[in-house]
Design a binder for this molecule. Structure first.
Ligand code: ADP
Ligand code: MG
Length: 706
């Protein structure tokens, strides 16, 4: 086959049934070539193999039927409710379907359409189906394509029962049925050209009991039965996971071999002094993480490590050890926090921790201005600032470190990938330690941060009391406020947290202010303060200092406290409208209490009629990693990080809850290959290299971040 004739690599426009106009629509779906079309897979299937013959339907049954629309119309009822009705017929008989209150369906469902409908069968002048869902499987008017190879009507007439209908991602001006028709017209030729080509070696597929590529694609486009779908999906998932892990492995290898880092090998003067001065022993998990970090820092390659640990697991001490290690080798260390509030707290905590060792943290944030800023910049530039604490202000131009050695990046999922890239671009290659208090499932960490090495602190310091968590409805609010009052009267402090109501900070501030006034009236004997994102940094600082000092007993806040505050005397965290928060956020908030010796409480109000599954999971478990797994299961991977995190969205085929075994396997194979052949130059790896270049080049750009 000559390249000129390749329909796999050729533009989708020249496939049967496409043409220039539809090609533009396909481009919207990221389908540009014939090969792209092959990989444009159904996102669900309508299983027509289990439909009920219409003649057999019984009142009271929940049924799925497929039939042609033989008549239809909108009928007004006495209560001014307009009902769309359509009569469906299959070989066995006919039935009326009714959609109360949905007259607009009259515009989307036509006579002659082949419809799948599912819902309860009711008694209303005879049997009537009230569809909960419906799908137009084929249109009377469907055109099979510009060349008229088949027409949609004809393909719809093929026995519907006994088929599994693929439903494709569609877009404006290109329905899923049109996509399906185009696939039908071209699938055989595309698969014929693909032949036995498969980027994944046969031997691996045998190990994993997965079908070869062509077979998997054929099955996914035209499943002979619904049970055949999943193994084929896993085949595609494996391929995707493997190539992403290959990208990660290469990014990691490149970093290790091409960028020169610092080998920190001075005598452990400061680190040893800190370990001696600590009033406690490191936990086993802290010690393990510190050992891993220390080993990384000894090596001349730049460290790129993620330190994950639940709230309160003691990451700060471990980070402090790492920073001291850089400092004792004569280098500078920096720690970047996502907010000024947190940067300021790091400065205080580290100041207390390291002050006795004569290491004084220098603060650089957006609100350090004028003379103080000049001074900080100068100390950073001439090396007198050995430890710098700041926000993203640290990596803006005009900030030049004399001898950068280590940067610690706190709370990476709001912050991190971009920062690491910027650091790299600035020509410096300091060691990087990314810290996260947001436990994420290992599978997701491997996908998003696969280029990082992973250390996990999965153990809390001994003697911590479990925080009592209760999920309550509005009827319990009074009782909860009474309890809050008791805790305050006993000399403790408390938080009340409201979710960000709107994207707008102004609205958020207003909502928080209204609540604040109500609470102030409610707890008139105590000092109540308001903390929200609209306050100036000085006002925030002041509100926080008041709470830290114990002058304020009740802090009413929006999520700005999420990462900000560490007050051991606080024993109650009350969260309103809790379903607006993700599980990870809720867990973060809960971590603000239980930091002292007293029993602490987390009271969570659900704003909906019933508490969600998510909130019940939160009530049951205090283990952040377990919650993260629950979140992944309940919300699905796409939702886990929202728009903040492109990593999870990169997955088109893999489902982390289902495919984690494949992920581990793919990671192992990818690392082995890159270890043996970093450039993928050996003949055996040429196909992999080609596949990476052709299909994953774009994604590779996203991973040039290390
Ligand atoms: P994280 O940043 O992981 O949420 P921190 O580093 O703030 O946790 O630690 C929480 C608290 O636990 C701090 O007061 C810290 O001094 C204390 N701590 C840390 N490690 C230990 C340990 N091994 N034993 C006892 N207390 C510890
Ligand atoms: Mg911390």
């Amino acid at each position: 086959m000559t390249p000129g004739q390749s329909i796999l690599r050729g533009p989708v426009q020249y496939l049967k049934g496409v043409g220039p106009r539809r090609a533009e629509r396909f481009a919207q779906l990221d389908v540009h070539t014939g090969g792209d079309l092959l990989y444009h897979l159904p996102y669900r299937y309508e299983d027509a193999t289990t439909v009920d013959p219409i003649a057999n339907l019984k009142v009271g049954q929940d049924a799925t039927v497929i039939g042609r629309v033989v008549s239809k119309g909108v009928i007004p009822t006495r209560r001014r409710l307009r009902v769309f009705r359509a009569v469906l017929r299959d070989e066995s008989g006919h039935i009326e379907c009714a959609w109360p209150g949905r007259p607009w369906l009259d515009r989307t469902i036509d006579k002659g359409d082949l419809l799948l409908a599912a819902g309860p069968v009711r008694f209303y002048h005879g049997r009537q189906l009230q569809p909960r869902e419906h799908t137009v499987l084929a249109r009377a008017s469907d055109d099979g394509g510009t060349d008229g190879g088949t027409d949609g009507g004809a393909s719809g007439e093929r026995p519907a029962a006994g088929r599994v209908f693929p439903v494709y991602p569609a877009t404006q001006g290109l329905t899923h049925r049109q996509v399906r028709a185009v696939v039908e017209l071209n699938l055989s030729r595309l698969l014929a050209e693909l032949g036995d080509d498969d980027p994944i070696p046969r031997a691996w597929l045998k190990d994993l009991s997965l079908p070869p590529l062509a077979e998997a694609l054929r099955t996914l486009h035209r499943p002979p039965g619904i049970d055949r779908v999943e193994p084929s999906q896993r085949r595609l998932a494996f391929e995707e996971l493997f190539f992403l892990q290959l990208l990660h492995a290469r990014a990691r290898a490149r970093l290790r071999h091409e960028v020169r880092g610092v080998a920190f090998d001075a005598p452990p003067t400061l680190t040893r002094a800190l370990l001696k001065a600590l009033p406690f022993q490191l936990t086993g998990a802290q010690r393990q993480s510190w050992t891993e970090i220390e080993a990384d820092m000894h090596r001349p390659m730049p460290m790129n490590r993620l330190l994950q640990g639940d709230v309160g697991s003691g990451k700060t001490v471990v980070a402090a050890l790492a920073m001291l290690k850089a400092i004792e080798a004569g280098r500078q260390a920096a720690i970047m926090a996502p907010t000024e509030l947190l940067a300021e707290q790091h400065q205080r905590t580290l100041g207390e921790l390291l002050g006795p060792l004569d290491v004084e943290p220098v603060l650089l944030t957006g609100s350090v201005t004028g003379k103080a800023r000049q001074d900080a910049l100068q100390r950073i530039g001439d090396g007198r600032a050995r430890l710098v604490v700041g926000t993203h202000a640290l990596i803006q131009s005009g900030v030049d470190f004399a001898s950068p050695g280590l940067v610690v990046i706190d709370e990476q999922h709001r912050f991190g990938v971009e920062q690491r890239r910027k650091l790299r671009e600035s020509g410096q290659a300091p060691d990087a330690l990314v810290m996260s208090a947001t436990p994420i499932p290992r599978s997701l960490a491997l996908v998003i941060y696969g280029d990082l090495d992973l250390s996990v602190i999965d153990e809390l310091p001994p003697g911590r009391r479990k925080i009592r968590t209760a999920v309550r409805g509005p009827e319990s609010r009074e009782g909860a406020f009474d309890f809050l009052g008791e805790q305050l009267a006993a000399g403790h402090q408390a938080y009340v947290v409201y979710p960000l109501v709107e994207e707008s900070e102004t609205l958020e501030a207003r909502a928080a202010t209204v609540m604040f006034e109500r609470l102030q009236a409610c707890f008139a004997d105590f000092t109540v303060r308001l903390l929200h994102g609209r306050l100036s940094s000085a006002e925030k600082e002041e509100a926080m200092r008041g709470f830290l000092a114990g002058d304020t007993q009740l802090l009413v806040a929006t999520t700005v406290i999420e990462v900000g505050i560490d007050v051991p005397n606080a024993t109650v965290m009350l969260i309103e409208d809790a379903e607006r928060f993700g599980l990870a956020q809720l867990h973060q908030l809960r971590g603000r209490v239980g930091r002292g010796a007293e029993q602490s409480y987390c009271i969570v109000f659900h704003g909906t009629a019933e508490p969600s599954e998510r909130l019940l999971a939160f009530e049951k478990t205090s283990d952040g990693f377990k919650l993260a797994e629950d979140d992944l299961r309940i919300r699905g991977q796409g939702d886990l990080f929202g728009k903040e995190q492109h990593g999870a969205a990169l997955l088109k085929f893999a489902r982390l809850d289902r495919d984690h075994d494949l992920l581990e396997d793919a990671r192992r194979r990818a690392r082995d290959i890159v270890h043996a052949d970093p450039g993928l130059k050996k003949p055996a790896h040429r196909a992999l290299r080609h596949e990476l270049d052709v299909r994953y080049a774009q994604r590779e750009a996203l991973y040039q971040v290390g």
